[in-house]
Design a protein around this ligand. Structure first.
Ligand SMILES: C[S@@+](CC[C@H](N)C(=O)[O-])C[C@H]1O[C@@H](n2cnc3c(N)ncnc32)[C@H](O)[C@@H]1O
Length: 246
């Protein structure tokens, strides 16, 4: 599913040979992995993330494929790069987790060269992403709401991220809203990743009984989405593109 979400981001990035690319909140390596080929020869790819353990996953995946990139552990709100160091900044499903997205966008504008591009992939509204309605509802029913949890849907409204980008000095934005359909087989744990994302890191500390109750609640809440031998759920994303004035 993430692979399908990746495609419109990669298209919007318009990466070309020689581009210097910074990916923020890279996690285990996308969209960096998909962009690498387009910037060769002569390009430079930097993957960055606040959490070293996440970035280790990216290091391993690049190494396993014999691919080269730079990996930097850093907060997207405090980039350790000189101004105008990059032609392209990307971020897939990351900006909603930054405490101050506008600060990260201002940093993005600073490190981009004149005419440089920034492309962000964010979720559409919760109502249009039933997978997360299911996992969020299950977490709240079994564990209770977590007030510290960042809202993965904070840029879901049309224009919300564009407004932040404009405030940070980026211009000429474009926004695409895209709908997808997820098909999964009964018994496949396809809901694990969304559950991790909506549980705010609380899964690790759960006793086996609570974990089993939570998983059973997810499966119960998936029932309305049964379609024959599997499940069918819609998903909506936004691809937001901005530019630094030339
Ligand atoms: C949902 S994951 C997305 C990872 C990857 N881009 C992908 O799409 O698979 C969100 C990532 O944001 C990172 N993150 C959260 N806050 C951050 C911050 N302030 N600066 C940089 N990365 C951050 C997390 O460590 C995590 O790897």
């Amino acid at each position: 599913m993430a692979e399908r979400f990746n495609q419109p981001l990669v298209e919007a990035a318009e990466a070309k040979p020689g581009d210097r690319v910074l990916d923020l909140a890279s996690g285990i390596g996308e969209p960096g992995l998909s962009l690498l080929k387009a910037i060769q020869p002569g390009g430079r790819l930097v993957l960055s993330d606040l959490v070293p353990e996440m970035l280790q996953g990216a290091v391993r995946r690049f190494r396993d494929r014999g691919l080269a990139a730079d990996f930097v552990v850093q907060d997207a709100q405090r980039l350790a790069f000189a101004g105008e160091s990059f032609d392209l900044v990307t971020c897939r499903f990351g900006i909603m987790f930054f405490p101050e997205p506008r600060v990260a966008l201002t940093e993005t504008a600073r490190v981009l060269g004149p005419g440089g591009r920034a492309v962000f992939l964010v979720w559409g509204r919760l109502a249009d992403n039933p997978m997360f309605q299911v996992t969020r509802g299950a977490v709240e029913a079994v564990l209770g709401a977590d007030p510290r949890q960042r809202d993965p849907f904070r840029h879901a409204e049309p224009g919300a991220l564009c407004a932040d980008a404009l405030a940070a000095g980026l211009v000429a934005y474009a926004e695409r809203e895209l709908d997808f359909e997820r098909h999964a087989k009964v018994g496949e744990p396809f809901w694990q990743a969304p559950l991790e994302m909506t549980s705010g890191g609380r899964l690790g500390g759960l006793d086996p009984g609570s974990r089993a109750s939570l998983e059973a609640e997810v499966v119960r809440r998936l029932e309305p989405f049964r379609d024959g031998g599997g499940y069918r759920l819609g998903a909506r994303i936004r691809v937001v593109t901005a530019r630094k004035p030339a």
